[in-house]
Design a binder for this molecule. Structure first.
Ligand code: CTP
Length: 399
C-alpha cells in the first residue's frame, strides 16, 4: 500500500544551500502520488527558481503574501486549510526564529501561523548556528507549539565544517512520512465520539441559561483523534469555534438535543464527554417571549446525565468512556466520586478556579483518574498539545 498517495503536502522552501535538496524531495513525493504545493521564501528564490519548482511539482508556486493573483486564486488561509500537513524544508535559522515568535511577516510565516495542520521542519544550518543558545531556545519553543522536527543530521556541511545541522536526506524524509501516514491509517478502524461546549437551556424563544465553556478542549481532542485516523464525530453545543476539516460535526443547543445526537451516533470505540452540559433545564418553557412586567420564578428540572447514561448502557457502551470533571474545590475527592458513580474508565479533571487554565483559555492542566491505574498529573500546556497526549493514551489503551 502506498501511504503517500493523494496526500496533500504544503512544502515551504527557505533560503539555504540545502534548498537544492527540496527539488529531489518534490520529485520523490510526486513519484509516490502526493500533490505538492510549494511556497518559496524570498531568499529561497536566490538558491532555486520558481520555474524549476513549478516544473517538478506541476503546481503553481506561491511566493508573495500580497500577490494579487495568488490571493485571488488561493489565499494564505485556504492554502493551509488545503494541505494535510505543512513541511518546511530546508528550515533555516531565520525561519525558525520567525516561527518561534509567531511572526507573520511573509507568506510562509503567515500560512504557518494561520494553520490548523501538523507542522514539520527539516532544519539545515551551520553547526555553530544550530548549537547557538538562541536557536536552541527557538527550537524548544517550536516543540512546545507541537511542531515536529525531522533531523538535522551530523555530517559534512556545504560550508566545509562538520557537525550537526545538515538537512536530512530527501529519501529519509519520504520514509519518515510513509511511517507517519502508516501509523495514522492504523487507527482508521476505530470510531470516536466527543461532546464539547456548553448547552443552552431556553426559558423562552430569546432567553436561555448557559455556562462559560468555550468548547476549545473538546474541539482539540476531536482534531487530535481525527489526525490520528479515528473516524470522529463531534457533538457540539453552541461555540464560536471553526468547524474542523475531516470531523463529522453535529451542532446542538440543549442537553436534550446533545443526548439524542449522542445516542444516534453510537456505537463507537471511544467516547469523550468534555461538554459542560447544563445540569438543569427550565421546567416550563414559554413558547412566547415573557414580558418584563411579569414576575417570574424559574422552576428547573434535572437534565439526563449523558455520560452516566451512555456509560451504564447495556449494549451501546463504548470500550473506553472518558468523562471530564470541572472542579473549584476538593478535586481529588470529587473526581474519584465521578469516576465511580458514572462508571467511567477515566475522568479528566481540571481546576476551574485557576483563571489561566480551563474555561475559555488556550491552556489546560489536568489530572487523569483511571479506573485501573494510578492517578496521572499532566502539567500546564496548550490544549492542542494536551489533546495529542490524551489521544496517545487512548491509542495505547485501545491497542
Ligand atoms: N455530563 C453529562 N451530562 C450532564 C452533566 C454532565 O454528560 N447532564 C458529563 C460532562 O460532560 C462531564 C462529566 O459529566 O464529562 C462531569 O461534568 P461536571 O459538570 O464536572 O459534573 P456534574 O456531573 O455535572 O456534577 P457537578 O456539577 O455537581 O460537579
Amino acid at each position: 500500500m502506498n501511504f503517500l498517495k493523494d496526500k496533500k503536502i504544503l512544502l515551504i522552501i527557505c533560503g539555504g544551500i540545502a534548498a537544492y535538496k527540496s527539488l529531489e524531495l518534490i520529485r520523490l513525493f510526486k513519484k509516490n502520488g502526493s500533490v505538492v504545493k510549494t511556497i518559496l521564501t524570498n531568499s529561497a528564490k536566490k538558491f532555486i527558481t520558481p520555474l524549476s519548482v513549478a516544473s517538478l511539482s506541476q503546481e503553481k508556486v506561491y511566493t508573495d503574501l500580497f500577490d494579487h493573483n495568488n490571493e485571488a486564486e488561493m489565499d494564505h488561509i485556504s492554502l493551509s486549510r488545503w494541505s494535510d500537513l505543512i513541511l518546511i524544508a530546508p528550515a533555516t535559522a531565520n525561519t525558525i526564529t520567525k516561527l518561534s515568535n509567531g511572526m507573520a511577516s511573509d507568506l510562509a510565516s503567515t500560512v504557518v501561523l494561520a494553520s490548523d495542520k501538523k507542522v514539520f521542519l527539516a532544519p539545515a544550518m551551520n553547526v555553530r548556528m544550530w548549537e547557538h543558545n538562541s536557536n536552541k531556545k527557538n527550537v524548544k519553543k517550536l516543540k512546545e507549539f507541537d511542531y515536529q522536527l525531522i533531523g538535522p543530521e551530523v555530517g559534512d556541511m556545504a560550508c566545509g565544517e562538520f557537525g550537526e545541522g545538515k538537512m536530512i536526506e530527501p529519501e529519509n524524509i519520504i520514509n519518515f512520512f510513509i511511517k507517519y501516514f502508516k501509523s495514522e491509517k492504523k487507527h482508521c478502524k476505530y470510531k470516536a465520539l466527543v461532546t464539547a461546549g456548553p448547552t443552552h437551556e431556553y426559558i423562552d424563544p430569546v432567553r436561555y441559561v448557559t455556562n462559560k465553556s468555550s468548547g476549545k478542549q473538546g474541539y482539540e481532542i476531536a482534531r487530535s483523534l481525527s489526525r490520528k485516523g479515528f473516524d470522529t464525530t463531534l457533538i457540539s453545543g453552541p461555540t464560536n469555534l471553526e468547524p474542523i476539516t475531516g470531523v463529522n460535526t453535529i451542532n446542538v443547543n440543549s442537553a436534550k438535543e446533545m443526548l439524542e445526537a449522542t445516542l444516534n451516533n453510537l456505537p463507537v470505540d471511544v467516547a469523550i464527554f468534555s461538554a459542560a452540559v447544563a445540569d438543569w433545564k427550565i421546567k416550563n418553557f414559554k413558547y412566547e417571549k415573557i414580558k418584563k412586567d411579569n414576575n417570574i420564578n424559574l422552576a428547573l428540572e434535572k437534565n439526563i446525565d449523558i455520560l452516566n447514561y451512555v456509560s451504564k448502557h447495556n449494549s451501546l457502551r463504548p470500550k473506553i468512556v472518558i468523562g471530564f470533571a470541572a472542579e473549584t474545590n476538593n478535586l481529588i475527592e470529587n473526581s474519584k466520586k465521578k469516576l465511580n458513580d458514572k462508571s467511567c474508565d477515566w475522568i479528566i479533571a481540571n481546576n476551574i478556579s485557576d483563571k489561566s487554565i480551563g474555561f475559555g483559555s488556550d491552556f489546560n492542566e489536568v489530572t487523569i483518574f483511571y479506573k485501573n491505574k494510578k492517578i496521572e498529573k499532566i502539567s500546564k500546556m496548550k490544549k492542542s498539545i494536551l489533546s495529542d497526549r490524551i489521544v496517545q493514551r487512548i491509542v495505547s489503551e485501545l491497542n
